[in-house]
Design a protein around this ligand. Sequence first.
Ligand code: NA7
Length: 538
Amino acid sequence: VNGDVVHELDALIVGAGFGGVWQLKRLRDEGYNVKLVECGTDYGGVWYWNRYPGARVDSAIPFYEFSDPALWEEWTWKQRFPGSAELRSYFSFVADKWDLRKDTEFETFVSSAAWDDNEAKWTIHTKAGKVFKVKYFLLNTGFAAKRYIPDWKGIDSFKGTFLHPSYWPHEELDLKGKRVAIIGTGSTGIQLAQELSKVAGHLTVFQRTCNMSMPMRQVEYNGPKQYFPKAEYPSIFEHRTDSFSGFAFNFLPRSTFEDDEEKRRKTYEDLWAEGDFSYWLATYYDMLFNKEANREAYNFWRDKTRAKINDPKVAEILAPMEQPYAFGCKRISLENGYFEIFNQPNVSLVDISNKGTPITDVTPNGIRTSEKEHEFDYIICATGFDAVTGGLKQIDIKGPSGESLSEHWSKETTTYLGMSVAGFPNMFFTYGPQGPTALCNGPTCAQLQGDWIIKAMNYMKEKDLKKIECTKKSEDDYKELIWKLANASLLPTVNSWYMGTNIPNKPREPLIYLGGVPTYYKTLHETAANGYEGFELS
Ligand code: NA7
């Protein structure tokens, strides 16, 4: 290609988080000539980038690790919900154990890819000018590869430090005694606020929408004993695909109002005490689908939460008396004392919703709202990501027609099975649009989808086929299914990254598959059993 050295491979994997690491290990075991490239300098995916104080996974162990016994028999976690640094150590352990480093290239950003129909291969270029020619292009860029910072006027004029948490510096940042602003109260904003409230001279949290965050109930381990005995792990991993969300728990088999008030209260109390995502994903099966059931869940959450907050005005912003949006239809976060920080004298809350005082611009000294200027040394912009599609669209990927993925998805996102796109042969992605992403945890998805992709590649090899591509019809039918599943739930009633509405002008559409892991798993299985139904193989 234009005289460059071309590296020929069976497959190029992009992204060294759970998805990419699993595929590298499995594909190599199956005898493929494969490389993994990653723009960071080490493994970990979101955990490589997210180093802000308090960064922590909110999926419990052992659901947030690989199911390979060679790993879990040896690896012992220190916490039920490990922090970012421990997760990076885990990735290093995995890389050594599976001997991944020799086939991984770091500091390698894939900038473009184009399909050559004559050769039935992808030509892939990196930013540094490296060229790969491969049969399969496997994207594991995750759902949070593209940061989002609103285009407020004046950001460049700010004299202090302005940063997005997923670009937190690798060296420690001394915020002791400083005036710190956090904008955004998603999982990141909440975790950060909990930690920074301990050190900042004054911390101001700017909230646009309240986060219906629930107690995490962290557990510390001082020895080999983990939350579940390791003897149970094989069965736990096997049964992940029986759970709607890929965990140990499932929705209750009864609806909210099948129980009388007393029984319902007891059920809520038990789920609340359990911590984890129980109150969200192990509750009555109709909670995400029925308005009244949802209101009941909200009211319990609201009362529990308000009881933690001293100032009724602050409580009204953090947990309004009147339900502001459907409970659980925006990503729920798990908290460790988040609401109590607002009882501290060094923490304040600013309501930047339309009912309050929205941010108008950033000034040399801080943040101006419709009410006044707030002065800061640090502004931490925890405003999230162009989630799910952003990481894929930022690569210039062109199929045989010359149309780019970004063009293909300009009006709406279409995929088949949340892993492939019509017009983009031999390209698969994991943890992306229209997969069980976000209501399922990363490693479960990485293994489930990764294994299916590898099975498809093996099938192609067995039958001596060159090209696999989903049809436009299967893409259209799948899109209809995605909407049907979403419309049966309350999800489309809420603005969130699940619906693409966190980014101005992004199409409003469900970006996640709401059928649950068991149905998704069954569909994948059936598709494969029927000779990759919905795909054209040639
Ligand atoms: P999220 O969950 O997308 O949260 C972003 C936060 O930033 C959220 O509170 C937003 O308020 C707020 N935001 C975004 N844009 C603006 C503007 N323009 N003005 C004011 N506030 C804004 O990102 P996170 O990084 O916290 O978490 C990402 C995922 O990581 C999370 O869902 C988990 O899966 C793990 P909004 O709610 O939109 O009103």
